[in-house]
Design a protein around this ligand. Structure first.
Ligand code: FAD
Length: 402
């Protein structure tokens, strides 16, 4: 039996961020992930980018990762929402939320998941208090009974066992640990997919992230660094299943023409510059966030459609709030995995998580709306947010997760 203070199941971006953040406070950490060593599983398959918002950036800065991560990203200065859901293929309302309206002067940075994960792995490799175990997964969780001072016992697929004061489940949306702890969850599908790829275009993006609404789902272009001397953006194009299949089957030239039309020429003609990936759109929420000596974070706890760049940013919020409680407990010589600590964290975190998953669900349903009267209602909502000061400030605050 080996011992560790904290064991993290899952070495995705969330698990690695949790490790780097907690390591900065001096905790001893073991991370376990089935991906083989030195070939990060995202390097070839995860073509997504992440818009990291300011609070999440603060967490990664504290973790000592941000300076490296930021090198390969593009700043997001303005969040633009364009409603083009009228009869004409033209914008009927454009709402610009300028980072200058926030105390930070910008909203965030857009970084490829490959670059984000690579920066995290580089950081982890320098930390004496973090041990990354690749090529094996968590297969067993035994809680102390009754919940008390004993550790949780974690069994790995290679037969090794760990006694840990605290276990973080960051093993993704199909989490084994969540099942082993008997925590149930709800999942629902939007019968929609997100097509993900990058494009270069003639019109500069000016560090503006643009979300276009017509019908069927939002189409978002998020700034990236230039590609071969041309402006470049990552695309998240959310459409009903059947349309996603049609788009995914097109060759690059046809897809580029389709996108140029759908972006109502805001970017000029576009060229596809990466392979594409298709992500089914689901939402998911765990009924509880804790079990004895166990906390569920990131996609193990919540999955949302990529509207307003919330998914991983919510995960970084989970990590930050938990890290603060753990740190305080350690300073006061209290147990970092006690029921009292975990329940306190859950009481604050679960209502926020439910609120955010529900809010994003509503926004996505509004964005999917096909009937004209619903599109008009959505348009009126955007106009109200854009022109009524307090609503505008509320939207900005909610958007950056403050
Ligand atoms: C199209 C799209 C665009 C998005 N854009 C944004 C954005 O702009 N901003 C944003 O904040 N979010 C965004 N998101 C959400 C974000 O990409 C995800 O929240 C994030 O990538 C999930 O990371 P994770 O570490 O929680 O999960 P995962 O990446 O799924 O990691 C889970 C890890 O656990 C490991 N694992 C599995 N089983 C076990 C086990 N038994 N034991 C140990 N390890 C195990 C897996 O190998 C994996 O490495 C987007 C999502 C989509 C679909």
């Amino acid at each position: 039996m080996q011992e560790t203070e904290i064991l993290i199941a899952g070495g995705g971006i969330a698990g690695l961020s949790a490790a780097a953040r907690l390591a900065a406070d001096g905790h001893q950490i073991v991370i376990v992930d089935p991906a083989p060593k030195d070939t990060p599983d995202t390097a070839t398959t995860d073509l997504r980018t992440t818009a990291f918002l300011k609070p999440g950036i603060d967490t990664l800065t504290y973790a000592g990762v941000w300076d490296d991560m930021q090198q390969s990203g593009a700043q997001l200065r303005v969040m633009r929402i364009v409603d083009a859901g009228g009869a004409e293929r033209t914008p009927r309302e454009t709402a610009d939320f300028d980072g200058a309206e926030t105390s930070d002067g910008y909203f965030g940075w857009n970084i490829t998941n490959i670059a984000a994960k690579a920066a995290l792995l580089r950081k982890i490799a320098t930390l004496d208090n973090v041990r990354l175990m690749n090529g094996c997964k968590v297969t067993g969780y035994r809680a102390p009974t009754p919940a008390g001072p004993g550790p949780a016992i974690i069994t790995l697929s290679n037969g090794q066992k760990f006694a840990a004061s605290l276990v973080l489940a960051a093993d993704g949306r199909n989490s084994t640990l969540r099942d082993l702890a008997g925590i149930r969850f709800n999942r629902w599908s939007y019968e929609q997919d997100a097509l993900v790829f990058a494009v270069s275009h003639d019109t500069p993006h000016d560090n503006i992230s643009t979300e276009i609404h017509r019908s069927g789902g939002p189409l978002t272009l998020v700034p990236m660094p230039d590609h071969n001397g041309k402006a470049c953006s990552s695309v998240v194009w959310m459409v009903p299943h059947a349309r996603a299949q049609t788009l995914a089957a097109m060759d690059d030239a046809a897809l580029a023409r389709e996108l140029t039309t759908e972006t109502i020429n805001l970017f000029g003609p576009v060229d596809i510059v990466t392979p594409r990936a298709v992500w089914p759109m689901v939402a998911q929420i765990a009924h509880r966030l804790t079990a004895p000596r166990l906390a569920l974070i990131a996609e193990t706890a919540h999955v949302v459609p990529p509207i307003g760049a919330q998914g991983l940013n919510m995960s970084l919020h989970d990590i930050e709030t938990l890290a603060k409680q753990i740190d305080l407990a350690k300073l006061e010589n209290r147990d970092i995995g006690s029921d009292a600590l975990l329940h306190r964290w859950e009481r604050r975190q679960l209502p926020k998580t439910v609120g955010r998953v529900g809010g994003i669900d509503l926004l996505n349903r509004a964005a999917m709306a096909e009937p004209k009267f619903l599109r008009d209602l959505r348009y009126s909502g955007l106009c109200a947010i854009n022109h009524i000061g307090p609503l505008r400030r509320l939207a900005i605050k909610a958007g950056i997760g403050k």
